[in-house]
Design a binder for this molecule. Structure first.
Ligand code: 5AD
Ligand code: SF4
Length: 445
């Protein structure tokens, strides 16, 4: 046996949003600090982690299938440690379900007690199971993170959510809003920049309410001003913004600092005021349009992206047409479109007038086609123009092709090699096929 085969290895399955992708970097950091090495072959792993998502039923079903597949691996390798963590394990009844239906799982941890992972692994090594889904509060600074997304780095600024949109499971599985102290965030960002990261993305379920639970008058706008004023060439992004909380001060901060990207992810969910009311979104269609006008007045080149849901209980054809109409008018650079999924424990679960699947399917198809037209129109306008792009990584489908994003968040493909990753370049857009842009470098910086 060679040395490398004796090394203990881990494999992480990550499902869901950026928040989970970043949590997996923390999990990797903890495992590496315990002497485990990463492997891309799950069969070789001594620890397999499922970092789960439960925002839609389809995600959940897929994950249970993958967890079930571990049974066979474990039979061949009895010392294998199986860990389930993330949002799904925090749902009511899920830890119990895993205990009874998936008895080969050794560790179940919730979303807010990753700091317990180290001790849990040590227990599991002695064949002792650990199920811990209590809410706690760990400090980021207590982990070394194993970052995998250079030149980008994710930074949490607040956890949890207080909004209770009636369809959404997140407030139940991630708990109430907790902001990290401004100085902690600032220190982490400074360190990342010193380490050579070129793009920082601030993460929170609702970044705009950052600071309301902190001492003093700390706001998201203040955080943006602090980070935006740091020296050096880098980009700052953030997500997600709730439309009801996006203030003029935040818009002004984006305008004031050239390194804060002209890019806002502003989930609308629906274009119908009545559906928005039933979703408990706390803005109307008109409020949303007014906000878009306010943003574009100050940031004319901004790229706005969104999340939209079809088939929320009670959504009529007229409500859906209001959504299509809004999409045509706002002109999002891209939109994540979802079919409403009924989540147990949320108010919308027991609402009457659930929309039949056939109608949901028809609406999502029409919505995707509508947004596709908008994206195409925006892409066509970009052809012939120069944009600053951060070279982010390889597009493995094509030889010597890298990709990166414009400030507004559009992905561009262009020829160069991996030595350019992490550099800012100027790319002239030469052609566009709907969502995909192609160009060539005109200047390296
Ligand atoms: N069904 C479908 N989509 C959902 N989202 C949140 N909850 C649900 C649900 N129950 C979508 C919203 C949110 C995004 C992260 O996921 O659009 O903005
Ligand atoms: Fe869910 Fe609404 Fe909170 Fe977003 S703002 S995480 S959709 S409850």
């Amino acid at each position: 046996m060679t040395l490398s085969e004796e090394k203990l290895k881990y494999f992480i399955h990550t499902y869901g949003c950026q928040m989970n992708i970043h949590d997996s970097e923390k999990i990797a950091g903890i495992l590496e600090s315990m002497g485990y090495f990463s492997t891309d072959q799950v069969e070789d792993a001594d620890v397999v982690v499922f970092n789960t998502c439960c925002i839609r039923e389809t995600a959940e079903q897929k994950i249970y299938g993958h967890i079930g597949a571990i049974k066979k691996l474990k039979r061949a390798k009895p010392d294998l440690i199986a860990v389930v963590c993330g949002c799904m394990s925090q749902q009511e009844g899920v830890a119990e379900k895993i205990r009874t239906s998936y008895p080969f799982v050794d560790i179940v941890l919730g979303t807010s007690n990753l700091d317990a992972l180290r001790d849990a692994i040590l227990s599991a090594q002695k064949k002792k199971k650990v199920f811990n889904v209590e809410f706690s509060r760990y400090r980021e600074e207590d982990f070394t993170q194993s970052r995998t997304s250079y030149p980008n780095a994710w930074v949490n600024i607040n956890y949890g959510c207080n909004n209770f949109c009636t369809y959404c499971i997140v407030p139940y599985v991630r708990g109430r809003e907790r902001s990290r102290p401004l100085d902690d965030v600032l220190e982490e960002v400074k360190q990342l920049l010193a380490d050579g990261y070129k793009e920082i993305t601030l993460l929170g379920q609702n970044v705009n309410s950052y600071g309301h639970d902190l001492e003093g008058n700390v706001t998201f706008a203040a955080l943006l001003h602090n980070i935006g004023s740091l020296p050096g060439k880098f980009r700052l992004r953030f997500m997600t913004s709730h439309p009801k909380d996006l203030s003029q001060e935040v818009i002004d901060a984006i305008a004031a600092h050239p390194n804060i990207c002209n890019n806002i992810h502003l989930p609308v969910q629906s274009g119908s005021t009545e559906i928005l009311r039933r979703m408990n979104r706390r803005y109307t269609r008109d409020d949303y349009f007014a906000l878009i006008d306010k943003i574009r007045a100050k940031l004319p080149d901004v790229g706005i992206t969104t999340d939209i849901m079809v088939g929320f209980p009670g959504e009529t054809e007229k409500d859906f047409c209001d959504t299509l109409d809004l999409v045509k008018h706002v002109k999002y650079s891209s939109a994540f479109c979802f079919v409403y999924s009924r989540r147990k424990g949320t108010p919308a679960y027991s609402m009457e007038d659930q929309v039949p699947y056939a109608i949901k399917k028809d609406r999502i198809t029409r919505l995707l086609a509508c947004q596709n037209e908008v994206t195409k129109e925006i892409s066509q306008k970009m052809v012939g123009q120069n944009y600053e792009v951060l070279v982010e990584g390889a597009n493995f489908r094509y030889e010597n092709t890298m990709c990166g994003r414009t400030e507004s968040g559009r992905l561009v493909n262009f020829k160069c090699d991996e030595s350019n990753i992490g550099q800012f370049v100027t790319v002239k857009i030469e052609r566009a096929s709907s969502a995909t842009l192609w160009g060539s470098i005109t200047e390296e910086k």
